[in-house]
Design a protein around this ligand. Sequence first.
Ligand code: PLP
Length: 262
Amino acid sequence: MTIARALTVAGSDSGGGAGIQADLKTFQELRVFGMSAITAVTAQNTLGVQGIYPLSAEAVQQQMDAIGQDLGADAVKTGMLFSSEIILGVAEKLQQYKWEKVVVDPVMIAKGGAALLLEESVRALKQTLLPLAYVVTPNLPEAEILADMRIISLEDRKEAAKRLAAYGAKHVVMKGGHDPAGGDEVVDLLYDGRDFYEFRSARKETRHTHGTGCTFAAAITAELAKGRSVLDAVPVAKAFIQAAIEDSLQLGQGHGPTNHWA
Ligand code: PLP
């Protein structure tokens, strides 16, 4: 039996809601063989991040070599990368193994405020990783930092998407969940370098959204691994995350983790 393969290069969330754990659960649910290269170990639960222990760039690269030299991957997702050294190391391996279906989730700050990417590493992310991104999936705060502009209107979002595409990202999927003026609707925007597409869904007010960003990007990665186009993958990922948010898990005392079975 053959099966599509996806690799996630990301941080471990001991609480099981985000990071590597969210990615592997998502791959499994979408019937894709999941593999991982861990960039950092976090001590974390629904209340927040208590500790961050990054691995060396060499350790990350060796894990990617282990996949690249044996199992192979149809699509790769990057999440928490933490430092410039890890970003450069990951970029080198993506090129070495000619992994083209690369989904870059530009993880920066956890909902509780912990820095998952050093501030000085934003430049490396923009200049080294965005040119290798088949898809980049910023939320609005991340898009503002990467595009270096305030985003208020839909026109601003389009301008920011164009700026990210100018760095070399082939598709930009800008998530609308953080829009303070969003009203009852969440609008995600896809830009493929030529056209814009809007994906709308009903907004669900909940604090149990820990790991939703990771899960959404992982679902896109899984669908790309199966050979779907970005335009076809985004609605599948949106439906997956919408169900997870609507039926969120009441676990722990804080921000409940994503429900990957929904
Ligand atoms: N921890 C890790 C390892 C992550 O990769 C992420 C995802 O972006 C988070 C935490 C953030 O989780 P959230 O902001 O959804 O609580």
